[in-house]
Design a protein around this ligand. Structure first.
Ligand code: NAG
Ligand code: NAG
Ligand code: NAG
Ligand code: NAG
Ligand code: NAG
Ligand code: NAG
Ligand code: NAG
Length: 217
């Protein structure tokens, strides 16, 4: 009882500062658990070794399924070739995705770059990088083997929550010429979502603690 309570406290403390759950491809390890931390680039401090799982993933792009626990995030998805790579040089979206709302995000089939050709059996890793308006970066990696044997997730396993909205970043930003002497941008919407992000982090933590104390009674 006591040990399960302290375990609960430890995981609540961890979840309060870590915000992305990667479901598919299977993540390299549980990045909620210390000493791992999603704030560590490039893969939450978890090395890719012979014991970590590799999900079979189609040669021309596969599924990606994850849950976001924050009110807003800018999302990038990158691929690095090889085992335990730190070089995530294949970027799947030309601009980060601007996501708002908490919930599940699933891409049935990610589009790979047009000139990307990979050999059967190639080991690689997929990195999900999210950034808040305040600049905090969170990283998770899932290890894959590119193969013709792989299949996409069935539709009932791959859905976006109705609570989330995703658009390419910058879609609503005007294309004024950039100058180094321009006035600082004071976008009220980005200030507001930055605030919401911080408020969620704090209030979510209080709610989790409240739930814990209720459970202990
Ligand atoms: C995809 O995410 C949903 C929602 O979190 C989860 O229920 C489902 O098991 C996931 N599917 C796979 C194959 O990871
Ligand atoms: C492989 O990496 C995981 C996560 O970092 C670690 O828990 C495990 O001990 C490692 N195994 C080996 C054989 O190095
Ligand atoms: C993986 O890469 C990290 C960082 O470069 C390195 O410290 C670690 O020893 C490597 N682990 C394995 C199993 O190759
Ligand atoms: C990415 O880096 C790998 C080596 O890790 C290299 O083989 C590949 O050509 C690079 N791809 C791009 C698009 O830069
Ligand atoms: C793909 O399937 C074939 C036939 O079952 C098998 O020989 C091969 O090892 C598989 N490749 C991978 C990467 O699992
Ligand atoms: C989830 O949203 C993304 C971004 O708009 C989209 O590419 C993807 O197809 C959606 N997933 C499903 C299952 O509709
Ligand atoms: C991101 O999306 C939200 C609503 O979905 C919008 O209010 C905001 O302006 C967008 N931010 C950028 C930088 O595109």
């Amino acid at each position: 009882m006591r040990s399960s309570t302290s375990l609960a406290i430890a995981s609540l403390l961890t979840i309060a500062s870590a915000h992305v759950q990667l479901w598919y491809p299977e993540w390299r390890g549980n990045s909620f658990l210390p000493p791992f931390s999603q704030t560590i680039f490039p893969c939450a401090g978890i090395n890719d070794n012979s014991t970590t799982a590799r999900t079979l993933w189609p040669l021309d792009g596969g599924s990606l399924n994850f849950t976001l626990h924050d009110d807003a995030a800018y999302i990038s998805v990158n691929i690095g070739l090889g085992v335990n790579t730190t070089n995530f040089n294949i970027t799947l979206f030309s601009a980060p995705l601007n996501e708002t709302g908490r919930g599940n995000v699933c891409f049935p089939k990610l589009q790979l770059p047009a000139d990307f050709v990979v050999a059967e059996g190639t080991s690689a890793s997929i990195q999900i990088a999210t950034t808040s308006n305040s600049g905090e970066g969170l990283y998770n990696c899932g290890d894959i083997t590119f193969t013709k044997n792989a299949t996409l997730l069935p539709a009932d396993q791959c859905q976006n929550s109705s609570t989330i909205t995703i658009t390419p970043l910058g879609q609503s930003v005007s294309t004024s010429p950039s100058t180094t002497s321009s006035a600082p941008a004071t976008s009220s919407s980005s200030a507001a979502s930055s605030l919401a992000y911080k408020e969620y982090t704090a209030s979510g933590f209080v709610l989790l603690l409240a739930g814990l104390f209720t459970a202990m009674l």
